[in-house]
Design a protein around this ligand. Structure first.
Ligand code: ARG
Length: 460
């Protein structure tokens, strides 16, 4: 078609099969606003270099503005003839400016353009993802604030381990999200480098000003090396690692909500608006959001692996393989922009069954560690305290009774060190209250933790 950017040396048009394989405009069209922003900066630099006069620059910028509005309104659309977003937008410019439109390509290649566009897109969307993460962290913190004093059975190996505060548990899901936010911020430091000026790979013989372009587009600096400028996709791979790890965190939260809402646990009831039903079983209420959080981690991780694998053997500089970098990041952004608000809504509206949690907290001899610690405070080496408590648990397991049901005589039989005052530590309340060191599950440290987490989130 007449819109191709590279017709000159070719005898005819591309084969249909090639055109169909090579086209990217159906997915890279979302880069149009960023490509236009970069074009504005490039037009100014061409004018500064004396390659556009003042009148030409004015008409160029006006046409870019017009094209931008037409794209936003849907009045200008890519056609199947347009190979990619850059091709489509040059067509739009030519339609508006005639041959003047063809001047903008000087000193610039799709290789440095696409790298610039994708950085601009990702820097903006990393912020959108971050604010959706903040929303979920807020929802978890709000629930945590209500349950600082709610006892729950803390698990290891999905076996009852030690009682914890349910607020503490919810805040344990906030900490990874805070780290993900830090990772996004830290990533942006390295992503904020402008490839424009790299040209196809060797820079430009025209007097361009990559630093001015970088500044206008909100980057910290231009690239140091034009070959790296068009080859580097670290910013894509790093972004996909962060979204994959975030996906893993959401998946672990999702898995817990699936457990908590099961009949066997029964700790949490989802709001009807954030649960789904069954087409055949009228009684069903399913945690599909939580399951989709678990499931979508797979595609996020898949995107990371796809991009790393695509990059691993590529010779410098630009290779067409790199066109495969975009769909995984677009999919990661889309996935998270759907998933995070749904999870936030599910968490903030769920009802926590305090009664069920409190009843389950001491089950499974979860206070056995309290007995061992009680013995330690009496001077018994922990190794011996562990053995003694283990015998006590074995006795209770055989008799199918709880630790506090053992008679004074039986306590003595298990160990001379066990006297009736040990029963003072056999309460979930005292187990929680006794955990006062920073980071512990006692009400004091949990309230502190909540305060620190919400202070951190205020910075976002
Ligand atoms: N659509 C291409 C991509 O996304 C743009 C760069 C094409 N450059 C080239 N020399 N074919 O990677």
């Amino acid at each position: 078609g007449p819109t191709r950017l590279w017709g000159g040396r070719f005898a005819g048009g591309p084969a249909d099969a090639l055109a169909r394989l090579s086209v990217s405009v159906h997915f890279d069209w979302r880069l149009a606003p960023y490509d236009i922003a970069a074009s504005r900066a490039h037009a100014r630099v061409l004018a500064g270099a004396g390659l556009l006069d003042a009148d030409e620059l004015g008409r160029m910028l006006a046409a870019l503005d017009d094209l931008e509005s037409a794209c936003a309104a849907g009045d200008f659309r890519p056609t199947i003839e347009d190979e990619d977003v850059h091709t489509a937008l040059e067509r739009g410019l030519l339609e508006r400016l005639g041959s003047l439109g063809g001047k903008l390509r000087a000193g610039r290649s799709r290789n440095d353009q696409v790298a610039t566009d994708l950085r601009l897109y990702l820097r903006e969307h990393a912020r959108f993802v971050a604010s959706a993460v903040v929303e979920l962290a807020d929802a978890l913190m709000e629930q945590a604030g209500r349950h600082i004093d709610t006892p729950a059975p803390g698990l290891t190996h999905v076996q009852h381990a030690q009682p914890v505060s349910f607020g503490h548990w919810l805040l344990a899901h906030v900490q990874p999200l805070l780290r993900d936010l830090e990772r996004l911020r830290d990533w942006d430091e390295r992503a904020a480098i402008s490839p424009l000026g790299s040209g196809a790979l060797a820079g430009s013989s025209l007097p361009l000003d990559p630093a001015a372009v970088a500044k206008e587009l909100g980057f910290k600096a231009p690239v140091q090396n034009s070959m790296d400028g068009v080859s580097d996709r670290d910013f894509v791979a790093e972004f996909l690692f962060i979204t994959s790890l975030l996906g893993v965190h959401l998946s672990r939260l999702g898995e817990e909500v699936v457990l908590w809402t099961s009949t066997e646990f029964g700790w949490v009831i989802l709001d009807d608006a954030f649960a789904t039903g069954s087409s055949i079983m009228p009684q069903k209420k399913n945690a599909d959001i939580a399951e989709l959080a678990r499931g979508k981690a797979g595609r996020l991780i898949g995107g990371l692996v796809a991009v790393l694998t695509m990059l691993k053997g590529l010779p410098l500089t630009y290779d067409r393989d790199m066109q495969e970098d975009k769909e995984p990041v677009f999919d990661a952004v889309d996935t998270l922009q759907l998933l995070l608000p749904a999870l936030a809504g599910m968490i903030s509206t769920m009802t926590v069954r305090v009664d069920k949690l409190a009843a389950a907290a001491p089950v499974g001899f979860s206070l056995a560690t309290e007995v061992a610690d009680w013995l330690v405070r009496k001077g018994i080496p922990f190794r011996d305290a562990h053995e003694i408590t283990g015998s006590l648990v074995a006795l209770c397991a055989a008799r199918e009774c709880e630790l506090e049901d053992v008679s004074d005589e039986d306590l003595k039989t298990v160990s001379e060190h066990l006297d009736p005052t040990v029963r003072q530590v056999l309460s979930v309340r005292s187990a929680l209250a006794g955990r006062t060191t920073p980071g512990s599950t006692g009400p004091g440290p949990v309230a502190d933790q909540l305060q620190i987490a919400s202070d951190k989130l205020d910075g976002w």
